[in-house]
Design a binder for this molecule. Structure first.
Ligand code: NDP
Length: 320
């Protein structure tokens, strides 16, 4: 089968379109013909070696597609069913073996493109809004990279929870997309902390969601209100250097969280609950995943370049 293979970590050109052996499902896996593989920032970290993986490997962890075979111990999933998943290595490929415990049935009313935008970025946005910091009606929250994959979904979920949402973006097109997702105020990165204070009568935000990292972290602390929460969930601009705990006291006795999705989908019930929450929001029209583009699998390198060059708005997919 066709797949993308990384034999040695590096730039986007490390992603080689190759022929590899089709995986066979083990007893507790289902074999899926991939329709779309999601492109996520974690794929960039793994390709470049920031998050090391043994080589060679097939990148990608997210997607949607149709089940073609099921392992002997799998109950409740049949060939022909459509499923989505995240956290399954080897998703940049024509076929992937998905543990049944990670396979999420897709309702007939939801298209594959929409379903493949939800598992990783959607469930991340969901736990960020409801667990890392529990957004309450009337809160003011700041979402960095508001036109990104996570950013657009988090903005919509935060609005649905009754928050005033401030976002940062780097271009006019991204500002328009962020507003379209419901952002109340869209800011540039320069001087955003002062702008957040101005918009909150000097108080600051209840929570700042920061997936940008190195370039925003200091000002994110500045943008918080007393006893606010900084949720650092990524590092698209680079990793944040070590933080001296006393800084959190000086910033107003603030909380700093550094969550990761795997710790919020621990049991099958938790995984299903988070995905079901997203499907309900989609059905109600409150969550509209925005597709930036879908590239052929062979153009995975271009996809990584565009994601890291800040050229995408919303979800980027690889079509099989
Ligand atoms: P995005 O679609 O948000 O793309 C990254 C965005 O970051 C860019 O579009 C850009 O938006 C912004 N950005 C700011 N500075 C830089 C920079 N120097 N280089 C590149 N991009 C920059 O990606 P995702 O939605 O896939 O992921 C967003 C973040 O969330 C990532 O950091 C990712 O690692 C993290 N993440 C964390 C998870 C967790 O559980 N902790 C799970 C999923 C994702 P702009 O141009 O508007 O600034």
């Amino acid at each position: 089968m066709k797949a993308i293979v990384v034999s040695s970590p590096g730039g986007p050109s490390a992603l080689k379109f190759s022929e590899v052996e089709e995986p066979g499902p083990t007893r507790d896996q289902v074999l899926v013909r991939v329709a779309y593989a999601g492109v996520n920032y974690i794929d960039v970290y793994q390709r470049s070696g920031v998050y090391p993986r043994p080589v060679p490997f097939v990148p990608g962890g997210e997607g949607a597609g149709q089940v073609v075979a099921v392992g002997a111990d799998v109950a409740g999933i049949r060939p022909g069913d459509r499923v989505a998943w995240e956290g399954v290595p080897g998703s940049y490929a024509e076929y992937v073996a998905v543990p049944a415990a990670k396979a999420l049935p897709i309702p007939d009313t939801v298209a594959d493109e929409v379903a493949s935008a939800l598992p990783l970025q959607g469930m991340t946005a969901q736990y960020l809004a409801t667990a890392s910091y529990r957004i309450a009606p009337g809160d003011t929250v700041l979402v960095h990279a508001g036109a990104g994959g996570v950013g657009l979904l988090l903005t919509q979920l935060a609005k649905a929870l009754g928050a005033t949402v401030l976002t940062t973006v780097s271009s006019a097109a991204k500002a328009a997309a962020s507003r379209d997702a419901g952002a109340d105020h869209v800011l540039g990165y320069d001087g955003f902390a002062a702008e957040v204070r101005r918009l909150t009568d000097g108080a600051g935000a209840h929570a700042v969601y920061d997936g940008v990292g190195a370039s925003t972290f200091d000002d994110s602390l500045e943008a918080l209100r007393r006893r606010g929460t900084l949720v650092l969930f990524g590092a698209s601009s680079g990793q944040v250097p070590p933080v001296e705990p006393q800084r959190l006291a000086r910033a107003g006795s603030v909380l700093l969280a550094r969550p990761t999705l795997a710790d919020f989908v621990v049991s099958r019930a938790e995984l299903e609950d988070r995905f079901a929450y997203l499907l309900r929001q989609v059905a109600a029209g409150r969550l509209r995943p925005r597709l930036h583009a879908s590239y052929p699998l062979a153009e995975a390198a271009r996809a990584h370049r565009d994601l890291a060059d800040r050229a995408t708005i919303g979800k980027l997919l690889l079509a099989l």
